[in-house]
Design a protein around this ligand. Structure first.
Ligand SMILES: NC(=O)C1=CN([C@@H]2O[C@H](COP(=O)(O)OP(=O)(O)OC[C@H]3O[C@@H](n4cnc5c(N)ncnc54)[C@H](OP(=O)(O)O)[C@@H]3O)[C@@H](O)[C@H]2O)C=CC1
Ligand SMILES: O=C(O)CCC(=O)C(=O)O
Length: 411
C-alpha cells in the first residue's frame, strides 16, 4: 500500500469538483482517533510482543465500523487508509455508520488456535473502552473470520459484564451472527460484477473471469459467479495461481485445498499451475483482485487485458496503475461499491442484534440486494457516462459525510 496510502487524491479531487472548502480535506482525512497497543503473548519460547491498531476515521454518520486485519504487513498507516475507505463505503451504500479499521501485525497461520484466541482477547481488552454497539463495531477482514469475532464478543462481554452481541459483526450464527454474512462480500461482488458487465453490454454471464485471492472474498465471489454461469478460468493465493481455460470446478478446488491443506497451484487435478502475475495478464473479460492492496501497479497494469476490473479487495490498484488501466480503456468498479456487500450484511446483523429479530436468508438477501442496488443506481446516475465509477462514488460519499458533519456543527 505504498503508493495509494489513502484516498486523499480522490478526496481532493471530489472536494474540488464539489466546490467545497479545501480545508474540509484536513478534517476529512484526519482520523478521529488512532490507537497503537502492545500485545505481549506468552508463546512456547517466551513472551513475544505484537502490535495492534485501531483507527477510527469518521463518525459523522453513525458509529465507527470496519474490519480487523491479521497480516504480517498490517501497520498504523494501513489501518488509517483502510479506515478512511470505510467512511466512504458506508456513506456510499447509505448505512448509518462511519469508518474504522484495525488489526494486528502477525501471520495468523503461524499461530496456533490457543495463541490466536489469547491474542484476540488481549487486543479486545486493550480496545474495550473504544468498542461498543453504539460507538465502534469491528468485523472480519483479511486473516480473521467468525471465530475471531466470537472471541472479541466474549472478551468485550467480560469487560462490560453483560451480553452485547451488537459490539461485533460477522459472528458465528450460534452467537447472534447473521445468516449470509460469511458469503456476503463475495455475493455482493458477484452482483455488482453482473450490473457492471450489463452496463458495458458484455455478454454476461457468458464471460471469462480471473480472480486473485482465494480466501473468504475470492472463494465466494467465484462460487456465485460460477453459479450464474460465468467461466472462472483462474484463481490464486499467496503461493501462486491455478489456470484452466475450460473453467475451474471451484467447489472441488476449494474442498481439495482445505482437505489436503495445499495451495491452489497444487490442486493440479483441476488445472495448471501459473504465476501470480500471469493471472493478472490473462486474456479474460473480467479481472477481480480479491487479495491484497496495491496488487495492480505501474509495472503490471500495462499487461492487463481484461475489459472490466471489479475491486473485491480494498485498494488493489495504485494511482499510477489506475491511470494506465483507464488510458487503456479498462473500466474499474471501485472497492467502496464492489465489496460493500460485507458491511451491508454487517449492518443487518447489527440491526438483528439490537432488535432481537432473526431474519432468514431470503430476508437478508432481499434487504442486501435493495441497499446495494440503490447504491449502484445512484452511482450510475451520478457519473452520467462522463465520470469514472470511482469519481462518482467519491462525490456521493463525500457529499453525504460533509452534509452530516455540517449539520452536527463539525465544519
Ligand atoms: N472479509 C470481508 O468481509 C471483506 C474483505 N474485504 C477485502 O477483501 C480482501 C480479501 O479479504 P478476505 O478474503 O477476507 O481475506 P482472507 O484472509 O480470507 O483471504 C485472503 C486471500 O488473499 C491471498 N493473499 C494474501 N496475500 C497475498 C499476496 N501477497 N498475493 C496474492 N494473494 C495473497 C491469501 O492467500 P493465502 O490463503 O495463501 O494466504 C488468500 O487467498 C482484502 O483486501 C479485504 O480487505 C473487503 C470487504 C469485506
Ligand atoms: O463488515 C464490516 O463491518 C466491515 C468489513 C470491512 O472491513 C470492509 O468492508 O472492508
Amino acid at each position: 500500500m505504498s503508493q495509494r496510502s489513502c484516498g486523499t487524491n480522490y478526496l481532493s479531487w471530489a472536494l474540488d469538483y464539489l466546490g467545497m472548502d479545501e480545508r474540509l480535506c484536513a478534517y476529512l482525512t484526519t482520523p478521529y482517533r488512532e490507537i497503537t497497543v502492545e500485545l505481549p503473548l506468552l508463546r512456547k519460547n517466551g513472551i513475544v510482543v505484537f502490535k495492534g491498531y485501531r483507527v477510527q476515521h469518521n463518525h459523522a454518520r453513525g458509529p465507527f465500523k470496519g474490519g480487523i486485519r491479521y497480516h504480517p504487513e498490517m501497520n498504523l498507516a494501513h489501518a488509517h487508509a483502510l479506515a478512511e475507505l470505510m467512511t466512504w463505503k458506508t456513506a456510499l451504500v447509505n448505512i448509518p455508520f462511519g469508518g474504522a479499521k484495525g488489526g494486528i501485525t502477525c501471520d495468523p497461520a503461524a499461530l496456533d488456535e490457543v495463541e490466536r484466541e489469547m491474542l484476540t482477547k488481549l487486543y479486545t481488552r486493550r480496545m474495550a473502552n473504544l468498542f461498543g454497539p453504539e460507538s465502534d463495531i469491528p468485523a472480519p477482514d483479511m486473516g480473521t473470520g467468525p471465530q475471531e469475532m466470537a472471541w472479541i464478543y466474549d472478551a468485550y462481554s467480560g469487560y462490560t459484564s453483560g451480553h452485547h452481541p451488537g459490539v461485533v459483526t460477522g459472528k458465528p450464527l450460534q452467537l447472534g451472527g447473521s445468516i449470509g454474512r460469511i458469503e456476503a462480500t463475495g455475493r455482493g461482488v458477484s452482483l455488482v460484477t453482473k450490473w457492471a458487465a450489463e452496463a458495458l453490454n458484455m455478454s454476461f454471464p457468458d464471460v471469462t473471469v480471473a480472480i486473485q485471492g482465494f480466501g473468504n472474498v475470492g472463494v465466494h465471489t467465484a462460487r456465485y459467479l460460477k453459479q450464474v454461469g460465468c467461466r472462472i478460468i483462474a484463481v490464486s493465493d499467496v503461493d501462486g495461481a491455478l489456470y484452466n481455460q475450460a473453467g475451474l470446478d471451484i467447489e472441488a478446488v476449494r474442498k481439495t485445498c482445505e482437505e489436503k491443506k495445499i495451495s491452489v497451484n497444487q490442486a493440479l487435478d483441476y488445472g495448471d499451475s501459473i504465476k501470480q502475475d500471469e493471472l493478472l495478464a490473462l486474456d479474460v473479460a473480467i479481472l477481480i483482485p480479491a487479495a491484497i492492496g496495491d496488487a495492480i501497479h505501474e509495472d503490471n497494469a500495462p499487461k492487463v487485458k481484461a475489459r472490466l476490473i471489479v475491486e473485491a479487495a480494498n485498494m488493489p490498484i495504485t494511482h499510477e496503475g489506475e491511470r494506465i488501466l483507464t488510458s487503456n480503456g479498462i473500466t474499474i468498479i471501485p472497492d467502496i461499491m464492489a465489496n460493500a456487500g460485507g458491511v451491508t450484511v454487517s449492518y443487518l446483523e447489527w440491526i438483528q442484534n439490537r432488535s432481537g429479530l432473526i431474519w432468514n436468508l431470503e430476508e437478508v438477501e432481499k434487504k442486501t440486494d435493495h441497499i446495494l442496488y440503490q447504491a449502484w443506481c445512484a452511482l450510475c446516475r451520478r457519473r452520467q457516462n462522463e465520470l469514472s465509477y470511482r469519481q462518482a462514488a467519491y462525490l456521493i460519499a463525500v457529499e453525504r459525510v460533509a452534509q452530516s458533519s455540517a449539520l452536527r456543527g463539525y465544519i
